[in-house]
Design a protein around this ligand. Sequence first.
Ligand SMILES: Nc1ncnc2c1ncn2[C@@H]1O[C@H](COP(=O)(O)OP(=O)(O)OP(=O)(O)O)[C@@H](O)[C@H]1O
Length: 945
Amino acid sequence: MRWANMQRLEKVSNILAARTKKQETVEKLKGVTAQEISELLSLARNTVSEDLNKLLTEKEAIKVKSRPVLFFSKQELEKIYSCSFKDQLSFKTLETLVSFLKGQVSVDTLHGETSKPEEFSEIIGYTGSLKDSIEKLKAAVLYPPNGLNILLGGESGVGKTLLAESLHRYYESFTGEESPFIYFNCSEYFNNPELLTTHLFGYKKGSFTGAVEDKPGLVEYADQGFLFLDEVHRLPSEGQEKLFTLLDKGYFSRMGEADVKRTVNVRFMFATTEDFSQTFLKTFLRRIPVTLLLPSVKERPIQEKIELVIKFFQNESRKIKKDITIQYPVIEQLVFKKYTGNVGEMKSEIQFICAQGYLKQIEKQSAALMIDQSLLLNEEPLEKDAKDQIALKELLDGKSLKIKSDNQSAVSHYFTARDKINDAFYDFLLKEFSNLKNSNIPQKEVASILQKKIDQLFDMRLFEPMNKTQSIRNIDENFEQKIEELTVYISELTGFTIQKNLIEVLSNHVYSTLLFMEIPNDDFYLYSSQLMLGRLENYDISKKIVEKVSTLFSVELPKTEITYFGLLLRKLKQADSQYQRNDECGVIVVAHGSTTATSMAEYSNVLFSSNLLKAVNMPIHQTVEETLEKVKNIIKINKYKRLILLVDIGSLVYFGNLISEEFGIDVLLVKNINLLSLLEVSREVIYESTDFNYLLPVLNEKGHLSSVCKKGHFFDSKVLIVSCMTGLGTALKIEKLIIDVFQEEVLQNIRILTLDNSEIQDIERIHQHIRADEKLVGIVGTFQTEVPDIPFIPLEELFSEKGVERLLLLFGYGMSDKKNRTMKDQIAKRYVHGLSLKAIVNHITVLNPQRLSIEVSQIYDDLCRQLNLSSDEKIMLRFLIHTCCTVERLVINNEYSTSDYNVSYKDIPNEASVIKMAFRPLEVSYNVQFSPLEIKYIYELLYGS
Ligand SMILES: Nc1ncnc2c1ncn2[C@@H]1O[C@H](COP(=O)(O)OP(=O)(O)OP(=O)(O)O)[C@@H](O)[C@H]1O
C-alpha cells in the first residue's frame, strides 16, 4: 500500500516536472491543476490534490493559491529562471509569482506571506498569542478524511467567528475547492425550539401545520463544507439529540421522516461564550476532539493590544481615505481600557471615535483626521500594568501614531526598530560588563547580583519576538535544520517538549550568539571566562547542550552560554509542568525512524493543547539498548509513578516489562501505534482518564493492542524461538539439545518455542505465539529474518564455540560475573558432549554411542589432567568424534597396515606413553588396539598441531 502511494507520488511529481519544463516566457507562465493531473493519471482529484500538497510540504512544489490552485515543480522553475525560492513556496496570485521570477520581488519582501497566510491576514495574534491555537485548528480542519470537529470558547467578541471564517478560507485555499460555510446562531430561535430544530435538520411535507413542502435543513446546505453553530449551548434538547446522532453515527433525519437516514459530510465548528464545565457542554466535549479557548483582550500581550488598535484605525483610514493621527494618550486609553465585549468592542469604539473625528474634520475642514482625547468616550478606569506601560512607551517611542490611508503596511512596522544584535541576554551582559569593569565589587558578589538580574530579565523578555535582521543563511546554510536537531536533542535529553514559542526564543538566541561571536569583543570574552555564575541547577545538562550547539555550528561558545541554557531549561521545566497532570502518569511514544515519534507526539500535543506526550526516536543506527536508556531517562527526570508507553514495532514491545521491573511502576503498553491510534489514545487519556482499569478495555475494544505490565507481577518470562529451514524435525532436535545442555537451572524462566520457518517472517505472526508478559529474546534459525531489533543467531553460530555464550547473554547472564562464567564452562562441556553425541550417532552403527561417548570423554578429561592441558571445546569435540569412530572401525575391522606401526615417538616419549596408558581401558573393554599411528594422531589432535 505504502509502496503504491510512493509510486503514485512519483508519477504526480514527474508530470509536474514535465509540465513545468514546457514554460515559454515568464509572461505566459502556466501551472498545472490537480484536475489536469487526475485526468492524465485516471486518479481521483482529491488524491492528486493531497499528493501535490505533500510535494509542497517536501519543498518540491510551488503553489499559487489562485482559483483553481496552480502547481509548479520547484526545481524546474529554479532551473529555467535561475532563481532560488528558499522557503517561499506559496504565492497568492500568479502575478506575484511572475514578479518574483522577474526578480522584482525578493523572497524577503514576500516573507510576510509565508509567516501570515492571506486567510489569516486579518487576525492579530496570528504570529503571537493565537499562533499555537491556529496551528492546532489548521491541523484539525485538514485532518483526514473529514476533518475534526472544533469547539471555540471565549468571551463575547474575542474573535471566534472571525477565526472560523478564516479557517474555512484556509481549507478552501488548501484544497483549491469551494465549499459552503453556513453560519447559524443557536440563540436566534431560542424561544421556539421546534423551529430551531427544523431549521437545522429540515422537515418533511405535512410533518406540522405549515409544512407545505419538504425542506432541507442547514446541515444539508453545509454538506461537503462547514456548519458553524454559534452559541451552541443554546441548542434545545431535541436539537442536541439529533446533533449527537449525526456526530456519532454520521446520519440524521428531517423532522417527520423517522424512517429515513440521511448522510452528510459536514465539518462542524461550534462556538460558545459559556464555561466548558457546564453540563451540556461536558457531554458535548466528549464528541469534539478539538477545543480551544480564545483569550480575552485583557489576556493578550501588550504588543497585540497595540496592534489591534492600530489595525482598526488602519481599517477606518482606508474606508474614509484619509490619514489619521492618533495622539499618544488616546492610544494609551484604548490599549488599557477594560473591554467587556473584547476585540469587537474595541473595534466599534474605534469606529465610533473615527466617525466623530470625521464629523469634526468636516466642520473644521482640516486635511487629516486628528484623534485626540476630546473624542474619547467617557473616561473609564484603565487596567494599567507598569511593565506594559513601559513597553507601550518603548514600542511607540511615546509619540503620536500617524496612519497613512494609502500605505497599509504591516502593523508591526509602526513599532520602533530595535538595535542590531537584539538579544536581551547579550545586550544585558554587555551593559553590565562595562558597568562592572571599573567597580570594585568582589567577584563572588558580582556573580550573584548578575545571576539574579539575568534571571528576572530572562523571565520578562523571554517571550518577546525579535527580528532577525540579517538573513539567517548568511550565518549558516542549514540554520533551521540545525535548530530542529538541537530541539530534538534537548527534548530527548530532558524529556521536556519544547513549546513553539520557546523554540523561537532558542532560535533567536542562537542566531544572535553566532552573530555576536563574529564581532570582536575582547572585553566580553575576558569577562565571560571569569563570570561563571555559580553552579546552576541544571549545570550538567546545560553544558551538554552548549557542547551540542558548539558541534552543530562548529564554534566555541562562551561560558556564559551555560548560564543561558540553564535559565532556558528552568523555563522549559516550568512550561512543561503547566501541562503535567497531577497524577504523575507519563505518556511516552517510541517509534522507529529519526523523527517519527517526535512528529507524532507533536501533532497530538498541538491538537490537544497538551504537553503530555514525550517522544523517543529510534533512528536506524541507534540500538535498542540506547533507545531504552532514553526512555528511562525521561521517566527518571519526570519521576513518573505510572507510564503509558506507546510503541510501534519490533522489540520495543518489551520495554513495558523492563521498565515496570526497573522502576517498580505499572506500565500500560500500547503496541503498533500510528498517528491515528495515537490520537485516539491521547484523547482518551486527556479527556477521560489515565486509570489503566478504564483505559485497558477501552483501548482494546477500539483495536489498539494494549496490555498492562504490573509492578511486582513481573514474570521475567523469556522466549527463544528455534526454527529451521529443513523443517520442524530439526528444530525440535535443536530444542532438545538446548534443554539437555542448559538444563532447568538456566531455563526456568525461558520458554523455547519451535516454529515453522514461515511463522517467523514477520513480527505479527511471531506475536501471535507470545504472551504479553513474555519477552522474545532471540531467534535461532537458518536464515536471517526481516524482523527488526530481535537478535538472530544463525545455526552455524549456535554450533560454534560462541554459541553458548551468545545464548546465555540473551537469557540475561552477563559474562562479567564470575559465577556466570563458571556456569558457561560447565554448559559448554555438556554442549560439546551433546553435540558430539549427535554427530556420533550419525556415524556409529554397531556400538552404543551413549556409553562410548561417555567413556571417551572420560579419557579426554584424564588426558588433559595428566598432560596439563586446558580443556578446549573444539578439540574435545574432534577428539570425541574421532575416537568413537576409530573404536567402531576397529571393532568392525581390526586390521592394520604395516605403515601404521612405522611411527617413531622419539620427539614425544612422555606424551605418547600417557596417551597409550589412557587408552588402555578402552582397548580392553572393546578388545581393540590403537596403533602407534593412531596414538601420534591423537597427540597432534590434542596439541592442535
Ligand atoms: N484577533 C483579531 N484580529 C483582528 N480582528 C479581530 C480579532 N478578533 C476579533 N476581531 C474583530 O472583532 C469583532 C468581533 O469578533 P467575532 O465576531 O469574531 O467575535 P466572537 O467571539 O465570535 O463574538 P460573539 O461571541 O459575540 O459572537 C469582529 O469584527 C472581528 O473582525
